[in-house]
Design a protein around this ligand. Sequence first.
Ligand code: GLA
Length: 750
Amino acid sequence: MGITFEKKRKIFHLFTKDFSYYIHVNKYNYLIHLYSGKYLSDISKERVSERYIDRYAFLNDDNLETQDEDYYFSMMGSMFEVAPFGKGDKRNAPYILEGDNNIPLTNFLFYSYKIIKGKIDKKDYPLPYIKFKNSDIETLIITLKDEKRDVYLNLYYELSSKYHTLVRYASIINKSKEDIKVFKMSSFELDLPSSNYKLLTLKGTWSNETDLEYINLNHSLTKISENHNGRNFTYNPSIALLDKDTTFDNGEIYGFSNLYSGDFSYEIKVDEIDQTRIIGGYNDETFFYLLKENETLYSFETVIIYSSKGINDMSHKFHNLIRERLLPKTKELQNNYILINSWEAFYFDFDTKRLLELIDEAKKEEINLVVIDDGWFKNRNDDTSSLGDWEVDTSKIDLDKVINYAKSLNIDIGLWIEPEMISYNSSLFKEHSDFALIPPSYHNVTLFRHQLLLDLTRSEVVDYIFDKLSKIFDKYDIKYVKWDFNRFLSEGYSSYLLKERVKETPFRMMLGTYSLLNKFVSRYPNILLETCSAGGGRFDLGMLFYSPQIWGSDETDIALRSSIQFSKNIFYPLRSIGAHVSNRKLGSLQDKACLAFFGTYGYELDITKISEEDKNKIKEFNSYFKSFHNVVNDGDYYALYNPYESNYVSWNVVSKDKKTCLVYFMLYRKEQTKARFLKLKGLKKDKYYFNSLTNDIYKGDFYMNVGLNLSAPLESFTSMLFVIKEVDEVRATLYRKTKQVDGGKRDKLL
Ligand code: GLA
């Protein structure tokens, strides 16, 4: 891998063994995107950049028309790395700035470059980042200067051959005396000379998050974006651009994922000569920044992953990167726990006695983390009050007693909080109504769930809420926190920002959230954090920087949950998806366990009220989980059946050494006998594997090419989880003779 700059032809080449990215500095100092895709050892800049449309001409300083007959460069048709705004390129532009003259012409031209080993230190800039080691990456920094102003744009390209990723972001530095208004700030632009793409997106709503949606592009602008600032139900910030015929196993794909939890947008435009431009960055609908002299503004980081081998290969790359270079260290604590959460067991209706009963039962069922969800703090008996009043409701629970009792049984306690919020009905609001985010002289502020956001653009509010929380977490031995966020931003203009900066509110709110999270994880490095937003409404790499897991969805019914997890799996590693077994009507406890198994795993029901048989099953599931969760956590994931295109949902996960494979299969609508073969992926083709479905041994290529025979009649929502384990040849031969492996026992979970 490497990053080179060929001085004579002015060509940058960023490459790994599978990927090439070529940039050319043209004779007018525009950065031209020449190529990205499969590895290419060389390129012809002229042939690639010629477009036969609108040859570039301009008036020079002497008012003479200037045109270069030998040189093809087109404002309308060239592929830019940074397209200008307000010039002849009328496609979407990545940056729009304005200085004192109120003219937003933005024209960045090549100025200098640097290639370094490792990552640039952003000097405590409060945005999440991929924690690359120096040996993982090389970074190219290209500096451009605005044609007319002393304003610079740095483009950062972090190339990793270890992770097969290109992480991109940008910064704008104002070295002029003018105040620069930044209306649009992107992290990347990528121009591609084809329109043969479709988009893979994850859209949704509460309890139906991350629904897989393919979008066909046309010549109008397609914008995949969020404007709820911290709630990404409408669109998740991970998307992919793929060839129209790309499948899970073949074809070209570019995946994009933002390290940001606020408003973002991806703009995709097919131009008039059928090229595609994609730009990602802050959503300009709600973004603004006033950049003063010597100030620097950063975009968030966007991870870009290219693969020529289909969606599954892209998933592996995202999963590896996120697991190894994004999730916080507390991911190691995930292995310690099987949790039970009180929400669907009790909602707000609990007291010390009920909690102690829950702890007793947890002990019996080998659950070792009891999470007290909403309702433990002062006067919080329903969702109409008390957010901000972070003090234990002693009339309801004796938290010391609960913790000590749990400890005596080797059980840890977790707590739910929603720190970015304030209830209208709360002591905090009575004392400090100014802490709530309310625009100046604005009365009809929208309440959601009876609550408002705290004005986290103000550091004193961040400090106040952190101190309040610290009093709890310093005093009580809490090992896990569920950090919720149940409303989104509306009327998002702080009364405390200067008029000229008030439109910075959404961005500053997000920075406030990150600063609060930073304080929290620095002070409590051993608390396992799970973030949440009304279920899976803030599922993104920004949050995964702080919390190794995010609650997947309030929907735990297996019908919908299975597709919610399937689509999340495309980008996010399974260990990051909060998944619990609940009491929902559909499916047996076992069906639900099979699915939750492929996430963080835990329970969300009143286990004191279930049958003895179910209690025993829970114990059995737990021991099964303990034996295999390392495969789910660290293995390679393969989608087998896409529930959006078939009556089945199925995947398998293979341990890195390819010795163990876990398979999930569920059928939605009842089917009678039907030739149904489940072909697995990722096994070693010439090794023998035992499978716990039929207790047989076959070679890897049999499982992958013939598949497991599931042709029997199947009832609706039949769920299966089985294990495929490598056995050595001697055992395989012996087995064939005697049909006895592991005592011939069929796995009990199945
Ligand atoms: C949100 C979460 C739930 C639960 C409730 C508590 O809706 O998604 O899991 O924690 O808040 O109020």
